[in-house]
Design a protein around this ligand. Structure first.
Ligand code: 0RA
Length: 637
């Protein structure tokens, strides 16, 4: 309180911020660590607003050893001249009145974040001490506050050189309000990085004087850089990202790419404020992508009969959407939803035009995006009709209804168990003997499982082999797939080392790719490598997977002994001990892990093989069955 005593204007100001101290939760969500950091976000957002409007390109956030946080910007500086209505410096009004100050008019603050309508006065209300330092109009000014009140008058400390301008807001959170007043560097770094992604010309330094750490964020490619970061560790579809910026009227910027993953990640912002609940701008984006892709697919002979939904279009999408508008309305539980209806139409129209052009100009990428959407649509359709017969059973009582022919292992710890899928009952018999009963399960499938590529969803759902497989694995399939229900760490496809065996492997892989892709992505699918030849070199017995390995072994063993070569007809005829030693025993076997680099490319190969085109199939089989894993296989000994 200043020593001037109570004047009418002071009382007005005091009443202004009193509610914030009485109910801080209403303004910053709570007084826990999240609430504490809200003060930083308010201060930072004010500085970022200056950048959004083109007046500022450098912000420095400093965490002091004394528990303060300061946000410095080189924006216009908070006005210090007398506010006509209140007859006191604008700075004072801004700091001591709710819903006032920086955002008083659209004229001064063209695309102000508007934030949650509270701003820097809330920081003042909830801080033991707030110091505002302003460089503006050739002068260097300072004013101090405490718990929402002024502490002395605005002071002019001296002159600043022509062209120097900016604001520094330094505050010490009030320990009477916050049980814990320690700032978390990591949260501040994340926030600063995002703001830098959304404002390509802005540089944000974060300095932690408690630890002497310094970080600088500057992303000249803006949301494109943001997208690149989001795509790390994911497998993108198509040759490049779609990026688009439109500054006519409302500013819209989008960077997006589809991935092989099934999750969707859309990060949307309005005036650099994160809208976790989406809203109008996000709806506009979704509508534009769905409409454009459906139109585009309708023109393609291959996809025109596929009724892709907006959900199918969203699958695997990673997107950053940033809009700037002059009067943002935030709504919803946490005020994190954009509610301006005009934003939907605006984004929809702008994105539709640009995305349509992108698809036409980059036909290869366009083709891959359509294939990705088609994959989602197929999985959805298969999953819907298979749902009742397979997924429900799996979800409700998966252990109780395990298929009779599954020889399960005794361990129920999924991290150590393996499921061997074997071809036919006789191979099933010998592998049941050769396994480690504690950790290895065997599921014999009768002959060839259904051709997944050609089957209708109904047929697939009714197929007994598919049912046994899905229930044994435990996860369900398609949209119902639940990774947490996986019953085995490794799923090993074990088929004969011949063309028929390769065909069955391919059918199973197609099934996994289409209906349980995550198992492939996460490296749970393996191909057993049963030998084709036994080569006896006197007492030395060797096994070879194929002709080439046989020849190498023979070449390495020159002349001393006459080799005895025998060829196994199939797993069923392989003696139990040999099956164990060469193919199943963890310490001696070889396994090929299916880590397909590009599931879509593999899927196309499967389509060629499994589809109706018999000549393509024949050609493919003739070439080499091992080509199924050619896009990435690892030897595991
Ligand atoms: C009101 C009006 C103007 C700028 C600001 C507030 C302003 C507020 C903050 C808070 C942190 N940094 C800030 N920088 C500027 C515009 C005044 C003009 O037209 O010059």
């Amino acid at each position: 309180m200043s020593d001037q005593g109570y004047s009418a204007k002071h009382i007005e100001v005091l009443e202004g911020l009193e509610p914030v101290r009485v109910r801080p939760g209403m303004y910053i969500g709570g007084t826990d660590t999240n609430g504490l950091h809200h003060l930083v976000w308010e201060a930072l957002d004010n500085a970022v607003d200056e950048a959004v409007n083109g007046y500022c390109d450098h912000i420095v956030v400093t965490l002091g050893e004394d528990g303060t946080c300061s946000v410095d910007d080189n924006g216009r500086g908070i006005p210090v001249d007398k506010h006509p209505k209140y007859n006191k410096p604008a700075l004072e009004v801004i700091l001591t009145t709710l819903h006032s100050g920086a955002k008083f008019s659209n004229k001064t603050y063209n695309t102000s974040g508007g934030l949650h309508g509270v701003g820097v006065s809330v920081v003042n209300a909830l801080s033991e001490k707030t110091v505002i330092d302003v460089r503006r109009d050739g002068g260097h000014f300072m004013m101090e506050f405490s718990r929402g009140l002024t502490v002395g008058k605005l002071k002019r400390l001296g002159d600043v050189a022509k062209g120097v301008h900016g604001t520094t807001v330094t505050f010490l959170p009030d320990s009477q309000i916050f049980p814990r007043t320690t700032f978390t560097l990591k949260s501040i770094l994340e926030r600063a990085e995002t703001k830098a992604f959304l404002n390509a010309r802005l540089t944000i330094d974060v300095i932690d004087r408690r630890t002497q750490e310094k970080h600088t964020f500057h992303y000249p490619n803006g949301v494109k850089d943001y997208l690149a970061k989001l795509l790390k560790g994911r497998k993108p579809v198509g040759g490049g990202a779609f990026h688009f910026a439109d500054k006519n009227g409302m500013a819209v910027e989008v960077a997006l790419q589809w991935t092989e993953q099934t999750e969707t990640s859309v990060f949307s912002y309005a005036n650099s404020v994160y809208t976790s609940e989406g809203g109008a701008h996000e709806n506009g984006l979704r509508a534009a992508l769905a409409k454009t892709l459906r139109t585009h697919m309708g023109r393609s002979a291959k996809y025109k009969n596929l009724a892709a939904t907006a959900e199918d279009v969203k699958e695997g999408l990673v997107a950053v959407l940033s809009v700037y508008l002059s009067n943002p309305q935030f709504q919803g539980q946490t005020k994190e939803k954009l509610n301006n209806p005009e934003a939907a139409t605006w984004v929809d129209n702008a994105v539709r035009t640009a995305f349509e052009r992108f698809l036409l100009e980059q036909p290869t990428t366009g083709e891959e995006i359509m294939a990705r959407v088609a994959l989602a649509a197929q999985a959805r359709m298969a999953s819907r009709s298979a749902k009742d017969s397979v997924m429900r059973k799996t979800a409700i009582s998966h252990r109780l209804t395990l298929p009779g022919k599954l020889a399960d292992c005794s361990s129920t710890d999924p991290s150590e168990t393996e499921l061997f899928i074997v071809e036919g009952d006789s191979a099933g018999g010998s592998s049941k003997q050769a396994r480690d009963r504690r950790t290895q399960a065997v599921l014999p499938l009768r002959g060839k499982i259904l051709n997944v590529e050609n089957a209708t969803a109904e047929k697939l759902a009714a197929n007994n082999e598919v049912k046994s497989l899905t229930i044994s694995i435990g996860t369900g399939m398609g949209k119902e797939f639940d990774y947490s229900k996986l019953r085995y760490d490794r799923i090993v496809i074990m088929t004969d080392a011949d063309v028929d065996g390769a065909h069955i492997s391919a059918l199973l892989l197609t099934f996994f790719f289409r209906f349980m892709p995550k198992l492939v992505e996460k490296g749970h699918i393996y191909l057993a490598q049963p030998p084709l030849f036994k080569i006896e070199l006197g007492k030395d017995v060797r096994y070879a997977l194929d002709d080439a390995e046989r020849d190498r072994i023979l070449a390495d063993a020159p002349g001393n002994v006459k080799p005895q070569i025998s060829r196994f007809k199939g797993l069923g005829e392989m003696p139990m001990n040999i099956l164990k030693e060469t193919t199943m025993d963890r310490s001696r076997r070889r396994l090929l892990q299916v880590t397909v680099e590009n599931a879509l490319a593999a899927d196309a190969a499967f389509s060629r093989l499994m589809g109706k085109d018999a000549s393509a199939r024949y050609e493919f089989l003739e070439q080499n069955s091992a080509a199924f894993v050619s896009s990435g296989g690892e030897l595991d000994i």
